[in-house]
Design a protein. Structure first.
Lengths: 246, 44
């Protein structure tokens, strides 16, 4: 069993524990962000949306980084478990990119006065969402699984170039969106309580990612088994004769 | 809508999205298991 197989196995066994931990971390994060952290001097309580908006964006970046790693590993090894890892992470990443955009709109309306504007950060994030929706579409092309996985891996690698563009868009171009406040030269520019609340939220969301990935990988394995078993015995034995690398 | 209304909307969207996705995955897992068991039952 390779490294990914071991990771998948551990994730599968620990699924409930990770879920419980994620729930506890989210509850603690909600208390910190809604009751303990102070309101912002300029935006007041609206700034509390940062504690869900920023972690959602972080998870989108993390998910697509895992898609990138899984895609590179698949092209190098042709082991299908890397492809499954990339597929699962892309689905979770699309969910969190959409959530980031939705939360940005809820924050933008009262602060900027509009739900949406063609600002560099917003536009590049929308492009990011479209790229990975495209990735998921490629995964549905009726082709041989190996060829489909190869095409998806190429999209997963090329598409990742958009992630640093999204992150740096606020420094490269004039933007309505605020600049980096945590990952920036000179250190974070946040009040320490706000920073720790944000870090707790990021940790909680990262645990949510681990739980969703464990669950999604299990679903992927079950769905693949159902498809395999639905095939006629002749087709199954023909497939079994092809050297499988999983 | 006051400040807290927007905050509540944001947190509600986050919670419902996560619950909705987890629910969808659990339903998908149950369906896949049901399909496998049904096929195995038909073959035996």
């Amino acid at each position: 069993m390779g490294a990914t197989g071991r990771v998948v196995g551990v994730l599968g066994r620990a699924e409930r524990w990770i879920g419980g931990l994620a729930l506890a971390a989210l509850a603690a994060s909600a208390v910190m962000s809604l009751a303990v952290a102070p309101p912002d001097a300029e935006q007041g309580n609206l700034q509390r949306l940062m504690y869900v908006h920023v972690p959602a964006a972080w998870l989108a970046y993390l998910s697509f980084a895992v898609v990138f790693v899984g895609s590179v590993a698949y092209l190098r090894t042709h082991r299908s478990r890397w492809d499954r890892l990339a597929a699962a992470s892309a689905e979770v990443g699309v969910l969190f990119t959409a959530l980031t955009i939705a939360l940005g709109m809820v924050w933008g309306k009262p602060v900027w006065g509009v739900w949406w504007t063609w600002d560099p950060r917003l536009t590049t994030t929308a492009v990011l969402l479209l790229i990975y929706l495209g990735y998921l579409a490629v995964r549905r092309i009726p082709e041989s699984p190996a060829r489909r996985a190869r095409w998806a891996a190429v999209v997963g690698i090329v598409g990742f170039a958009e992630v640093p563009i999204v992150h740096l868009s606020v420094t490269w171009w004039r933007s309505l969106h605020q600049g980096p406040t945590v990952v920036r030269l000179g250190g974070p520019s946040l009040d320490p309580i706000m920073l720790w609340t944000l870090l707790l939220a990021v940790a909680g969301f990262t645990l949510v990612y681990a739980y969703l990935m464990a669950l999604r990988l299990r679903v992927g394995r079950l769905e693949e088994r159902a498809v395999r078993e639905a095939l006629s015995p002749d087709v199954r034995s023909a497939i079994a004769e092809v050297p499988a690398r999983g | 809508v006051g400040e807290w209304g927007w905050v509540a909307a944001g947190y509600a969207i986050t919670g419902l999205t996560l619950l909705g996705y987890v629910g969808t995955l659990l339903i998908r897992a149950r369906r896949a298991r049901f399909r496998s068991d049904r096929i195995a039952g038909r073959r035996s």
